[in-house]
Write a protein that binds this ligand. Structure first.
Ligand SMILES: CC(C)(COP(=O)(O)OP(=O)(O)OC[C@H]1O[C@@H](n2cnc3c(N)ncnc32)[C@H](O)[C@@H]1OP(=O)(O)O)[C@@H](O)C(=O)NCCC(=O)NCCS
Length: 327
């Protein structure tokens, strides 16, 4: 079958939402025996997702104009990753996925030193595909969830009015906070910079960034919280910590307590029931801190990274750092 690849545009977003829900409904039925169709991503959520790296997001289009695949890619400074990604079930196995990944990787290579992805452990086909395309498995991701109401006692003094948000700062305060966030994330993984994510999540109205300051008003940690659902129906009532990082050398447990109090209050004030996050096995020494604060491990994801890459990506770190993909 003939197809061409091109950059995703605003006009594609409805079709991307439809194709994505169709592909993953099939996937969940086969691998997780979930009979209900997956709710579509909203156009607003896709617009937010592609805003970070407009040229990194692609669609595959057949000769008759039908959309036969899509891929989203983004960079966090010198760290890039792709996903979500799909080809309609009836068009799989024809080389469309390979072409989409190769093109997205070409884009990411021009901007990033580390290129990664996360996939489902059930899918041997995906792990095989990505291995053929030059990726290797690194650490699993622990997918965590904090049940908010069950942990109400632990967070009883947390009040949403006390939150220290990036959104609440003036323009010079915001610039300074972004610089400090870059300092923190860059000391965890060289070149990692969440600035674009902080700005995008705010400007698209999907959430806010919570800050924790220590002695001398130094930023010691931050949490980028997405509180608006990316799907049309959000039956899960779930918020999502896109990224959380604590300055190496700071008092980790107390900075984490401060950030989690703010996350808890923000989510509860919006009527959410739980908050999810991803902790790479690279940072697994921090896992007991999350478990001690009421988080549960729900399942695991597989992280892969494109070779060659700095050995550091494969070395354990004692940093406190959450994110679904970042080394
Ligand atoms: C993943 C997906 C996008 C791949 O798209 P696709 O168009 O089917 O992929 P391609 O046809 O380009 O390539 C499939 C490759 O995987 C290989 N493959 C498939 N099953 C495999 C297995 N179990 N072990 C090793 N390799 C395998 C095939 O041999 C093929 O490689 P080849 O072209 O060298 O023979 C598509 O299957 C999909 O949408 N899946 C459901 C959603 C999903 O999982 N998305 C990705 C989430 S991370």
């Amino acid at each position: 079958m003939k197809f061409t690849l091109r950059t995703m545009t605003e006009q594609d977003l409805r079709a991307v939402a439809e194709v994505e829900a169709g592909v993953f409904t099939d996937w969940y039925r086969i691998y997780r025996r979930e009979p209900e169709p997956l709710s579509e991503r909203t156009v607003e959520a896709l617009r937010y997702a592609i805003s970070l790296d407009p040229e990194g997001n692609l669609v595959a289009v057949a000769d008759d104009g039908a959309m036969v695949g899509f891929i989203l890619a983004r960079t966090w400074g010198r760290v890039g990753w792709f996903g979500t990604f799909g080809v309609p079930t009836q068009f799989q196995g024809l080389g469309i996925g390979t072409a989409l990944v190769n093109r997205a990787v070409g884009y990411l290579e021009s901007k990033a030193d580390v290129i990664g992805l996360e996939t489902m452990p059930e899918s041997g086909a995906n792990i095989g595909l990505y291995t053929k395309l030059g990726f290797a498995v690194t650490y699993p991701t622990h997918i965590l969830e904090l049940p908010l109401i069950r942990e109400a006692e632990r967070f009883k003094n947390a009040r949403v009015e006390d939150a220290d948000t990036w959104e609440g700062l003036g323009s010079s305060g915001r610039r300074r906070a972004l610089r400090e966030m870059r300092e923190i994330s860059g000391s965890i993984l060289s070149g990692l910079d969440y600035s674009g994510e902080v700005e995008a999540i705010h400007s698209h109205g999907f959430g806010r960034t919570l800050l924790s300051r220590g002695a001398g008003d130094r930023l010691d940690g931050f949490a980028i919280l997405r509180s608006t659902s990316i799907r049309r129906e959000n039956a899960t009532g779930r918020g999502y910590i896109h990224a959380l990082a604590v300055r190496p050398g700071a008092d980790g447990p107390s900075v984490l307590d401060d950030l989690l109090r703010q996350v808890w209050a923000a989510c509860v004030s919006l009527g959410l029931a739980r908050v999810a996050a991803g902790l790479s096995g690279r940072y697994q020494s921090a896992l007991p801190l999350f478990l001690a604060r009421g988080f549960k491990v729900m399942r695991a994801g597989i992280r892969m990274v494109r070779l060659p890459v700095s050995e550091k990506v494969f070395q354990m770190s004692d940093a406190i750092h959450l994110s679904r993909w970042a080394g």
